[in-house]
Design a protein around this ligand. Structure first.
Ligand code: HEC
Length: 242
């Protein structure tokens, strides 16, 4: 399946590079530094800004569509702010683009007003804020993460573990199943026998604070994997030799 909304990342990065580049080239030309190379590069950078912003806008609308069903109240407001800053950046880019284009068609000198420099600086700042908000929307709120990505297994694994404990399955047995690749999947990084792989050796037992420090704000939030769940996994780990 083609995920068009993922192209938002690619499109925005074009604008993220082109907008500061244009600001630098514009400043250099005004300062009379860099000669013909800067003169020639500037319209290309501005063109890349226009293409980047247009592509970011078009693909952004696809992500916006996803946000309708994926972001709750307060978080949706962050999406709205992201949207309007995007419109603002489009305006900030359109003004110098139109001025440059009209100078080109009329055969007059390219604009070099200080005001355009200020607009470019403003656009760079807006891009930074925009990127930060976009990052929060993706990495904190998880907009557009298909089928909840890696978190899906955390949720399913925790539910199964809790059901096993409620049925009275012995902790070491339930803990072992939760640790496995089919449960919470700890084994995929720490090894089937907790002997250590990408993650360190856990055989012999773990401490809940260590678990929270590494995994609490990532794959296993406390709201999904409770202290009781961790203690159950630990019951199995303690049966293994250190
Ligand atoms: C995607 C890979 C991955 C998965 C899945 C994973 N871990 Fe880890 N874990 C790591 C890595 C890598 C580290 C070491 C990170 C560090 O020390 O900064 C780590 C560290 C830890 C630590 C801290 C060890 C110490 O001595 O400080 C504990 C405890 C831990 N993991 C428990 C678990 C448990 C329990 C699970 C399953 C619920 C799990 N991990 C699933 C990769 C993973």
């Amino acid at each position: 399946m083609i995920h068009l909304s993922e192209l938002h990342g690619a499109a925005t990065h074009l604008a993220v590079v082109a907008i500061p580049l244009f600001a630098i080239l514009y400043a250099l030309r005004r300062a009379g530094v860099g000669g013909v190379a800067v003169e020639k590069a500037e319209p290309w950078a501005l063109g890349a800004c226009v293409v980047g912003v247009a592509a970011a806008g078009a693909t952004g609308l696809l992500v916006w569509g996803q946000a309708q069903t994926e972001l709750r109240g307060q978080s949706f407001r962050a999406g709205t702010a992201h949207f309007w800053i995007g419109i603002g950046i489009a305006v900030l880019v359109a003004v110098p683009a139109l001025a440059h284009a009209s100078a080109h068609w009329r055969g007059t000198r390219r604009p070099a007003a200080r005001a355009f420099g200020a607009l470019a600086v403003l656009a760079v700042l807006a891009v930074a804020v925009q990127g930060y908000l976009g990052g929060r929307l993706t990495y904190e709120h998880g907009v557009g993460i298909a089928d909840a990505g890696q978190f899906a297994q955390s949720a399913v694994g925790a539910r199964r573990l809790q059901a096993a404990m409620d049925r009275g399955v012995p902790a070491a047995v339930a803990g072992r199943a939760a640790f496995s690749a089919q449960g919470l999947g700890c084994a995929r990084c720490h090894g089937d026998q907790a002997q250590g792989q990408r993650g360190p050796r856990l055989a012999g037992g773990i401490e809940i604070p260590d678990f929270r420090r590494v995994h609490g704000h990532g794959l296993f939030p406390a709201r999904i994997v409770t202290d009781r769940d961790v203690a159950t996994i630990d019951a199995w780990l303690r049966t293994l030799g250190r």
